[in-house]
Structures are given as C-alpha cells and as structure tokens.
Design a protein around this ligand. Structure first.
Ligand code: PKZ
Length: 174
C-alpha cells in the first residue's frame, strides 16, 4: 500500500512586498510576476508532499480579478489537494493587503499540477493525500474531475475516457 500523508503537511504560506520592479506603468503587479510567485509557492507545497524534485506540468485557468498595487503585501497560500501516481494537484489562493488602509482582498485562485521526478527527470510515484477538514475533502473529491478535464484539454486523454467528467454533465442534464 502507498504511504499516505495529511494534506496539511504540504501547506505553504509565502509573503511578498510589491516593489517598483514588479509593476507595470500603472503601478500594478505584472501578471507574469504573479504567476512566478504562484509557481514557486505551489512547487514548494508539492515538494513538501513528495520530498522529491518536482516540475510544473500544467496550470489551470488563472484570472486576474483585481489589480494588486505597488506597496501591497501579497500572501500566497498553497496546499496539495490530491496525488495520483506521480502527479499532484496544488490549490493556491492569493491575497493582496494594503497595510496603511487595513484592507485585504482575495485576488487570485488557481490549480497547478506538478510531477515528481527522479534525478534523470523520469516521473516517480508519490504518497497519497489524506484529506482531513471539510474543505480538504471537497477539494480532494473535485480533483479527479479537474484532472480529467485538464488531460482532455492537453490531448492526453480521450473525452470518452473521462468518466467522472461525463458523469457530472449527465447529472446536470437530469
Ligand atoms: C533541481 C531542483 C532542485 C530543487 C531545489 C529546491 C527548490 C524549491 C522550490 C522550487 C521552485 C521552482 C519549481 C519550478 C518548477 C518548474 O518550473 S519546472 C520547469 C517547467 N516544467 C517542465 O519543464 C516540465 C517539462 N515536462 C516534463 O518533464 C514531462 O512532460 C513530465 C511533466 C515529467 C511528464 O512526463 P511524461 O513523460 O509525459 O510522463 P507520463 O508518465 O506520461 O506522465 C506523468 C504524469 O504527468 C501527468 N501529466 C503530464 N502532462 C500533464 C498535463 N499537461 N497536465 C496535468 N498532468 C500532466 C500525467 O497525468 C502523469 O500523472 P500520474 O498519472 O503519474 O499521476
């Protein structure tokens, strides 16, 4: 049987200050810089779960709902939701805080997929995730559907093989 690790063992919190070099001409944090921070926080979560070298395999939809301003404090929270064989889905939330005004808002949310690899870059199995809280269980249960959707979109799975995903659409038609 594969080893199990609590989802919370992979929890990562990362805090950054938005400096002038991170911004565009409107003094807003650049999207690419944000993606870079998200990639690092999510990769650390995947490393904590697997204790392996990990590579980014895919990033699901990332939308930029609200601009993050120069001088804001950005907080990224990442945690592995579920592991399959060598791949792990990581959920990440991003918050922007304006300390002088005392305001804080959630600006981004995304799912990253990382694959654990050996020294030669070959995929290697990782422990299973044990979800404990209601939120972790919800994310764990949705992870198989999201995996199937991203593998179909990446051309790595036939839509006819995506059983969980099909079941969801069949349910919503009833
Ligand atoms: C040297 C390091 C020191 C570390 C020091 C500490 C540093 C601490 C912080 C580090 C922070 C920076 C970390 C940044 C991490 C990068 O930025 S890495 C650079 C960007 N990424 C890459 O270059 C990856 C390039 N791609 C690859 O190497 C290969 O395609 C992969 C991802 C290993 C997959 O290989 P493959 O031969 O296709 O393998 P295959 O067996 O078919 O699939 C393996 C798994 O990948 C999954 N997969 C493949 N493609 C996809 C996809 N598009 N979507 C979802 N899943 C996929 C499959 O479903 C499968 O999952 P499981 O069923 O095993 O769970």
């Amino acid at each position: 049987m594969r080893k199990q690790k609590p989802a919370s063992d992979s929890f990562v919190i990362m805090t950054e200050l938005v400096l002038p070099n991170d911004t565009n001409t409107l003094n807003n944090l650049m999207g690419g810089r944000m993606m870079h921070l998200m990639d690092i926080a999510a990769a650390i979560a995947a490393q904590k779960h697997s204790n392996r070298i990990v590579v980014t395999a895919s990033v699901d939809n990332v939308s930029f709902r609200d601009a993050i301003r120069l001088g804001n404090v950005v907080t990224l929270q990442a945690q592995v939701t579920r592991a399959f064989s060598s791949s792990m889905e990581v959920h990440i939330d991003v918050w922007a805080e304006d300390i002088p005004s005392g305001t804080k808002m959630k600006t981004n949310e995304a799912f990253f997929t990382f694959v654990a690899v050996d020294q030669s870059g070959r995929p290697i199995d990782v422990p299973e995730v044990l979800p404990e809280t209601p939120e972790e269980i919800k994310l764990y249960e949705g992870a198989l559907r999201r995996r199937q959707l991203r593998l179909v979109l990446a051309g790595r799975m036939k839509p006819t093989e995506a059983q969980e995903l099909r079941a969801l659409f069949e349910l919503s038609e009833k």
